[in-house]
Ligand binder design. Sequence first.
Ligand SMILES: Cc1ncc(COP(=O)(O)O)c(C=O)c1O
Length: 504
Amino acid sequence: MKKTPSTIWPVIAVDRNAAKPLHKQIYDAYRAMVVDGNVGPGQRIPSTRALAVELKISRIPVLTAYAQLLAEGYFEARTGAGTFVCDSLPGHLSPRDGGREHAGGDMSASRSLSRRASLLPRLERRPWLGGFGAFSISEPAFDEFPFQVWSRLVMRHCRSLSLAGLHYGNPLGFGPLREAICAYLRTSRAVRCDPHQVMIVNGSQQALEITTRVLLDEGSPVWIEEPGYWLAHHILTGAGCRPIPVPVDQEGLQVEIGIKSCRRAKAAFVAPSHQYPLGATMSASRRLQLLDWAHSVGAWIIEDDYDSEYRFGSMPIASLQGLDRNSRVIYIGTFSKTLFPSLRLGFVVIPNDLVERFAAVRYGIDISPPHFFQAVLTDFMREGHFARHIRRMRQLYAERRAALVDAIEEEFSSSLRITGAEAGMYLSVILPKGLRDQELAARAARQRLWLQPLSSAYLGAARRQGFVLGFGSTATRDMPKAVRALKSVLAADGQPASGRVKSG
Ligand SMILES: Cc1ncc(COP(=O)(O)O)c(C=O)c1O
């Protein structure tokens, strides 16, 4: 058959041996031509018979492909005239647009984002977030995780999957787990709560997201610790709130400075048991001052109690929530540090009168938490494995921390200052003047050493340069090697001058 000049012949090389069926190959080729703008609306397509002859295949796959393209509106059939690219398709599909998209080029100028999204820092510009290993702050001791017990409980629940577990759940989470968490928090963290106040969430990050949506509006001023937890900054900034950085010292957040900066703030985000990243414990007088302020101006306190189970040298510090007599504290905790972060399970203890509001907001986000691991974790807690695991880990982290402090003192007979080594699974080191932590962290990341720069924890200008060094996932015997790797990164910039390592 003769090809008319206006007929569009697809550039198709059909492959009879390919796994993809012939009709799909033809369909894909035509669809791509239309979407990429290589054929325009109204252009004629060869008849099915002509195309089958051209491609040396039977007519059936061609008929199937055309039927699909007609059904989806890429083609239209005109009685007596033939088949055409649908006339009503937008005419602006141009080869350039398609080409750019496939090349993954920068289209940002033409793609408008929300102001909130554009306020967040871009993760690819933080190379130290790229991996896990020595000094990673996000990892507990995986090597000592009770895999056998956990696997046994997982298997138990696999075998006994019930219909009830397949339904949408309660937006507050699985009842028996909320009871187990409540019992744990009352005895171990001096939290004042009943099970109906406990909401199970996908990690503290979601807890903060929900809390922000319930309590804060766009433009709401919120005190945050300076330096502080950068992912909390993300949530507050992303919600359009106005974070007010309030400096911390060895007694925690400096409440008086907060009051001077913005007395009428709507909330304060704090980690009083173990401030991130400098490690201070908030003193009793500051706690009372903070609670007084919140009560007097009607503000909320969001307490992030992320790793306070691990305290060396004294008992864990009781929660701030337990001191509160005016129901102004939202208490947030997580299993990311005590068990493992991919579990994505955490909890919020909500003041009585706000429980309904939290439930409604949560319902609108993800309805309810997934059931399966809530059930596994309930057994893990009820059968005593959780308490046992924490006791073991407290001992282990004390050893790992001591090994890290020793190695730093050994390698840096200098003015490298250690801070916040009394609790948790990380400590911070302050660099001597002149060293830039983000440049060093980027260099270290190229050597697959993951250092969290202290300056990235500041919202305003960084007053200190240093690193937050996790020790949870590094075996005691591997600590000296890891510290030598850190030393070699610093050495390239001029090693800190000789002198004593200062602790405190
Ligand atoms: C200060 C702080 N809060 C909370 C968390 C835990 O977050 P999530 O429960 O979302 O894993 C972390 C984890 O690194 C943290 O550093």
